[in-house]
Design a protein around this ligand. Structure first.
Ligand SMILES: NC(=O)c1ccc[n+]([C@@H]2O[C@H](COP(=O)([O-])OP(=O)(O)OC[C@H]3O[C@@H](n4cnc5c(N)ncnc54)[C@H](O)[C@@H]3O)[C@@H](O)[C@H]2O)c1
Length: 337
């Protein structure tokens, strides 16, 4: 992967696609960043672009990109639009910082990564959980455990559904699980080889889709990663980043997904304060933007870079395929036929 850097001595010109919940969080970060100017904001419903922020509104991403010629686009549209919007930007020479999940299918994701390579543009998926102080400290703690045998995460949240989740037949696997699966890769340093998954709807659920799942991944290095979760789980909820246990050659480390890390056999690493933490800022976005801007300026590949993030997307799409076929599925590798 090679992408061109932006060397001109001026702030990077940024635009946003999508003026829903996350688009508004990204606007806050882009307006705060000293090396970024926010020069356009598009939504298929342009009336959603907040008038009070002084950013020109557009009803089409293509029209916006051709009108303002930005350096990069933040893709905060719904997952079903990610492929179309990201390609529209990359094919016009615009780098992309996208919301998760990269795409709905692995093939779409591979197509987006290939488009970025062809255009020599940076394509990164913001996996904002990677920057949480708890995850950073837990990752460093787990690194002390030696060869990992088992990693588990439990995600149990009683979450009322929203429109775009109701449109998905498997909302937990298709939307949320990427956070946990990508975190499993970050924490373990291992990549997926195969998966067996069941995705289902508990009889008492308020969802119409399969909002609960269990999955066993075989990862590189002999690791087994076991995920279980539900969006229809009343009582004793876990954190939004799950509840974790890692077992290695030298001991065990647990993390509550927040600020509590425990370990036996090794010493738990202490959390460092997050300088971007503020009540009105969405966790992790500032770090992801910092990494993306740094990459555009220096050429240093960021976490979440498209080729790498495909392995996280593969965990989602392979888990879904396994659930649909009732079989263990091999996870695809980018570039393999
Ligand atoms: N990182 C996180 O923790 C986090 C949190 C929330 C949402 N997200 C992700 O952000 C994305 C958006 O989620 P949301 O909650 O903001 O949804 P949302 O429904 O609130 O907003 C999405 C917006 O995209 C617009 N849109 C759809 N197709 C478009 C297109 N082709 N061109 C331009 N605009 C288009 C819609 O009109 C809508 O305004 C999803 O991929 C979601 O998974 C991530």
């Amino acid at each position: 992967m090679t992408f061109d850097t932006v060397t001109e001595d001026r702030p990077l010109r940024a635009v946003i696609a999508g003026a829903g919940f996350i688009g508004r969080q990204w606007a806050t970060e882009l307006l705060l960043h000293p090396d970024v100017s926010l020069v356009g904001w598009a939504d298929i419903d342009p009336s959603k672009v907040p008038a009070g922020r002084g950013v020109p509104a557009f009803g089409s991403v293509t029209e916006m990109v051709e009108a303002v010629r930005p350096d990069f686009l933040v893709n905060g549209t719904v997952p079903a639009a990610h492929h179309e919007v990201t390609l529209a930007a990359l094919e016009r020479g615009v780098s992309v910082l996208s919301e998760k999940p990269m795409a709905v299918t692995f093939e779409e994701g591979a197509d987006m990564v290939a488009a970025a390579d062809r255009a020599r543009r940076l394509f990164m998926v913001s996996q904002n959980r990677r920057y949480l102080p708890g995850l950073v400290a837990y990752r460093r703690t787990v690194a002390e455990l030696g060869q990992l045998a088992i990693l588990t995460s439990e995600f149990y949240i009683p979450y009322k559904s929203v429109k775009f989740l109701e449109d998905l037949p498997h909302p937990l696997i298709q939307d949320m699980a990427i956070h946990l699966f990508d975190a499993a890769r970050a924490i373990s340093g291992a990549d997926p080889l195969s998966v067996y998954c069941e995705s289902f709807r508990p009889a008492a659920s308020w969802y119409t889709g399969a909002c609960s799942a269990t999955a066993i991944f075989e990862m590189t290095g002999g690791l087994r990663y076991v995920f279980s979760g539900s969006w229809s789980a009343p009582g004793l909820q876990t954190s939004w980043t799950g509840s974790w246990r890692a077992i290695g050659a030298r001991g065990t480390a647990v993390w509550d997904g927040g600020s509590v890390i425990g370990a036996e056999g090794v010493t738990p690493v202490e959390l460092e304060p997050d300088p971007h933490q503020a009540r009105d800022r969405f966790p992790g976005l500032a770090w992801a933007l910092e990494e993306f801007v740094g990459a555009l300026r220096t050429g240093r590949p960021p976490q979440g870079e498209g080729h790498d993030n495909l392995a996280s997307l593969a965990m989602v799409t392979s888990a879904l395929e396994s659930a649909l076929r009732g079989e263990r599925i091999k996870c695809p590798l980018y570039g393999a036929t």
